[in-house]
Write a protein that binds this ligand. Structure first.
Ligand SMILES: [Zn+2]
Length: 109
């Protein structure tokens, strides 16, 4: 089958190493493009990845948040689930820097 992304490569069965939020989930079978290396998983595998992420308590950690004004600065509200995952608490130190259109906040520095 031809790759629907680059339309140049051919999809071949293979294994992908899946990670979510930097946590390794394991190896899963997928169709991988011979040209652009894009991988496609079927519904069953997609569900298995989801189940593994839930078991590791990282499913749904990506969330919308609001940026609010505090004095002359802006503050980002960190949802409780993310704070718990990173073991952040009030007064925790972190390193913040931009990366293109992202804000990276490194915990435990
Ligand atoms: Zn491709």
């Amino acid at each position: 089958m031809q790759c629907p992304i680059c339309e140049k490569g051919i999809l071949k069965k293979g294994k992908i190493k899946e990670t979510m939020f930097g946590v390794y989930l394991g190896e899963f079978s997928a169709d991988i493009c011979s040209n652009c290396k894009e991988s496609f998983t079927d519904e069953k595998t997609t569900r298995a990845i989801e189940e593994t992420a839930k078991k590791k308590r990282i499913w749904g950690l990506g969330k919308k948040t609001k940026i609010t004004k505090t004095g002359n600065s802006l503050a980002v509200r960190i949802p409780k689930e993310i704070a718990d995952f990173l073991k952040l608490k009030n007064g925790s130190e972190a390193y913040i820097h931009p990366e293109k259109n992202k804000i990276v906040i490194e915990a435990g520095v």
